[in-house]
Ligand binder design. Structure first.
Ligand SMILES: [Zn+2]
Length: 474
């Protein structure tokens, strides 16, 4: 992100925060925890943050907001650079935003419906005649002059007999060959019935060739094929400016040798197709419950802990990114050498704490068997207004999992999976903020009670052990 963009971003965030803050305040009264969490969820799950996909500009907006909040709360920054809360990591997953236009003679093709810019594509804007080289296996052998032309290649041959990597390698070699002969752009199509989309789009292996490379689906290609002496204009824009996600980390230094990690992921799945229903139009997935709710709860716990004189351990508050892509943020944090069982007392995870009521008036506490003391801690807490489902295991699909792998006790709070999980309907209107406030105050009691233990011993559990009870409820 360049400096100008960052300045504009911060200004707009400050404006939005102020507006929300004012709206949430009672006339003459102080803002309550429930109002603060409503403000934080409303902002993180607003359409302007576009679903907070890791590695995108909207993730950067969310992380800038969280950094500003952590600063205001008074957490010490624990990012990569002095004074920064951001800790960047690499993600083995490409995030490219592509816009593309394809016009042959006067017919315009629809991007992402009739054609798409492949992962091999470079950004460019070219207008040139079309030349068809069939399967292009021998790269045309110099038979036709390809210099400055847009070359059409049929990628059908051999599909389905090789692995994805082999198919991709064969396509790359054919495209590279025509590019060497001067092709200004490449249009791929597939005359076979074997699907090839997963090789060309969203592949973890991105190789950028030097020209725009698009794939045209079968029916639109038939339309294109009928055009003789076709002139083509092809443009591809690629936004690769943001690709490194970042965890946002602040901490409280109580001068202890031991640290408790409290975490919640702030990323979500961005703009994508719904996993439910027939509508395949990409839509913003705001992820209010998953996991703007846990992130707001994280900030609220930090506000409480920063002023608490009783706490003796150090506390790290970490908003993870790229959880939805495969726990990349929590794995990156756990790969830091000092994050080990000798330094970390336990890890507390909050993932989806905003829908108390969606599974009856119950919250799930997972990872109970990862320390023999957890049962005792829970038993000693004042009984909350909701009921509790204790689950011994902890599934491998949220950010506590890499900690568990390192032999660190975990405890994972969630109000459970709801019907709107990973759909565009996971919105702020459905969040039970009163319930979130009750969950946060319950977790505060848990943290205080864990402080009174002589330590938190670890008990090894497999991620899939004992979680049948959890899944049986859906
Ligand atoms: Zn989640």
């Amino acid at each position: 992100m360049n400096k100008i963009n960052f300045t504009i971003l911060l200004f707009s965030l400050i404006f939005v925060c102020r507006a929300n803050y004012t709206a949430a305040q009672q006339p003459g009264g102080a803002i309550t925890p429930e109002q603060r969490m409503r403000r934080d969820v409303t902002l993180l799950a607003s359409d302007s943050l576009k679903g907070r996909e890791a590695g995108t500009y909207s993730e950067k907006m969310a992380s800038a907001y969280l950094s500003a909040q952590m600063g205001e709360i008074g957490l010490l920054p624990k990012g990569d650079h002095e004074g920064s809360y951001l800790s960047e990591f690499r993600m083995n997953f490409p995030v490219l935003y592509k816009k593309a236009k394809l016009k042959v003679n006067n017919i315009e093709f629809k991007h992402k419906e009739e054609f798409g810019a492949t992962d091999l594509s470079s950004a460019a804007d070219v207008s040139a005649p079309l030349v068809n080289v069939g399967k292009g296996q021998n790269g045309n052998n110099g038979k036709t002059d390809l210099n400055g032309k847009i070359v059409v290649i049929d990628i059908a041959s051999g599909l389905g007999h090789e692995s994805k990597e082999e198919v991709l390698a064969s396509i790359i070699s054919r495209v590279s060959s025509v590019v060497k002969q001067g092709a200004a752009g490449v249009i791929l199509h597939n005359s076979s019935r074997k699907p090839v989309e997963d090789v060309l789009f969203g592949s973890p292996f991105t190789v950028s060739l030097d020209v725009p490379v698009v794939y045209v689906a079968r029916l639109p290609y038939n339309k294109m094929r009928r055009l003789r002496t076709a002139n083509c204009s092809l443009s591809v824009e690629i936004d690769r400016t943001v690709s490194k996600p970042a965890n946002v980390i602040g901490w409280i230094d109580n001068k202890s040798a031991l640290t408790v990690v409290i975490g919640a992921h702030y990323d979500h799945v961005g703009i994508t197709k719904s996993r439910k229903g027939d509508d395949k139009t990409p839509q913003i997935h705001n992820g209010a419950d998953d996991n703007a709710s846990g992130t707001a709860a994280l900030l609220e716990l930090a506000r409480w802990a920063v002023n608490n004189k009783v706490l003796k351990y150090n506390y790290i508050f970490i908003a993870f990114s790229a959880e939805e892509k495969g726990l990349f943020g929590s794995k990156a944090f756990c790969s830091l050498p000092w994050v080990n069982k000798d330094n970390i007392v336990y890890m507390l995870n909050m993932d989806m704490v905003g829908r108390l009521g969606c599974q009856g008036d119950t919250i799930n506490i997972l990872g109970m068997a990862s320390s023999p003391y957890w049962d005792q801690v829970i038993a000693e807490l004042a009984h909350p207004d909701f009921s509790i489902r204790k689950i011994k295991g902890a599934p491998a699909f949220s950010d506590h999992a890499p900690f568990l792998k390192k032999g660190i006790p975990v405890i994972y709070f969630t109000s459970g999976l709801d019907a709107e999980y990973h759909t565009p309907q996971d919105d702020t209107e459905l969040i039970n903020f009163k319930g979130m406030t009750e969950i946060v105050s319950y977790i505060r009691q848990f943290i205080l009670s864990a402080e009174t233990l002589p330590g938190v011993p670890f008990h090894k559990i497999s991620p899939f052990q004992h979680i049948r009870a959890y899944f049986q409820t859906f």
